[in-house]
Design a protein around this ligand. Structure first.
Ligand code: ZN
Length: 313
């Protein structure tokens, strides 16, 4: 195992085109400045240079936030707020029509909270994560089935899944198109793919720029817009059904904090009030410019016919 992160220049991670222009230079959480490039062929924005695939794991230490199980947010205060302000949170889980007993894989399951949520909705849900810390956390904290590794995986035969979720995963991987192709193989014909990534076309990125929290440098290698995400998913063989955006009150708060750190003159007192940030994130969501993109796609039914048949000798 290497002991330091190594960096490599890269072509576009999606279309492999080597022609890209500088898009933005922005500081990461560690204060280092990172460079984002935009592909001139497919318009994907990506980190360049980026950590090599064999050393990127060093960025995911045990205290990486996704590996700590957050509490399920269903308390009475949250319900009361939803009632008062009339904006019941539409979570990703609501977007996937339940197939009772259907096999659902949450790829990149982190501490397993979402797997537990989907199990409680009637799915035969399980998780997968490349981090052994995450898999142990998922089993211990939520009692869910979780396997360590990546796709393709011996415990996920081809055409076996009714649904596959990639929540905040695609932006982390070196080859998003390859992961989507493996997802296509693992799903049954007609099976659902649900992808959630940060939305580079969000109002928040326009307003906060390099202080926009979901940039998450250097962990996020690709930065999608609705166009580049839909194109990538379609090119991998899926039929895209819907794309929506979701606002995140917390992300807005983190973005405000970062903007003030980078430029102390950037000070809007109103943005310190949580209620304002909440209203702001709902407003961006209604305009289709929320911080998160949620895409629902299906494996085409005809894909079943493309399985090679053995000819009689
Ligand atoms: Zn490209």
């Amino acid at each position: 195992m290497p002991d330091a992160v190594k960096w490599e220049p890269t072509a576009c991670p999606v279309c492999r085109c080597a022609d890209a222009g500088e898009f933005l230079r922005a500081p990461g959480d560690d204060g280092t400045e990172y460079r984002l490039a935009r592909c001139r062929a497919c318009e994907l924005v990506f980190l360049d240079p980026r950590p090599t695939e064999d050393t990127v794991g060093l960025l995911y230490t045990e205290d990486y936030p996704q590996y700590r199980g957050a509490k399920l947010k269903t308390g009475p205060l949250r319900r009361l707020r939803a009632k008062l302000f009339g904006h019941r949170e539409r979570s990703l889980a609501d977007r996937i029509p339940v197939v009772p007993g259907g096999a659902l894989l949450d790829y990149g399951c982190g501490a397993g909270q979402f797997v537990a949520q989907m199990r409680d909705r009637g799915w035969n849900a399980f998780g997968m994560d490349f981090s052994p810390h995450a898999v142990v956390a998922a089993r211990e904290q939520y009692g869910v089935r979780a396997v360590c590794g990546t796709l393709p995986h011996t415990e996920v035969p081809p055409n076996s899944l009714d649904a596959l979720t990639l929540r905040m995963v695609l932006e982390h991987v070196h080859d998003p198109a390859a992961l989507l192709r493996h997802a296509l193989v693992a799903l049954k014909p007609g099976g659902a793919l649900c992808v959630a990534v940060p939305n580079l076309a969000a109002w928040g990125f326009g307003a906060f720029g390099k202080a926009w929290f979901p940039l998450r440098l250097p962990w996020h290698l690709s930065h999608f817009t609705p166009d580049t995400l839909a194109r990538t998913v379609r090119a991998s063989g899926f039929e895209v059904e819907t794309i929506a955006t979701k606002g995140h009150t917390n992300w807005t708060g983190f973005s405000v904090r970062r903007a003030r750190e980078l430029n102390p003159k950037w000070w809007t007192p109103f943005a310190r009030v949580r209620l304002v940030r909440s209203a702001l994130s709902k407003w961006t969501e209604r305009r289709g410019a929320g911080d998160e993109l949620c895409l629902l796609a299906r494996k085409p039914l005809r894909a079943a016919l493309e399985v090679p048949t053995r000819r009689a000798a």
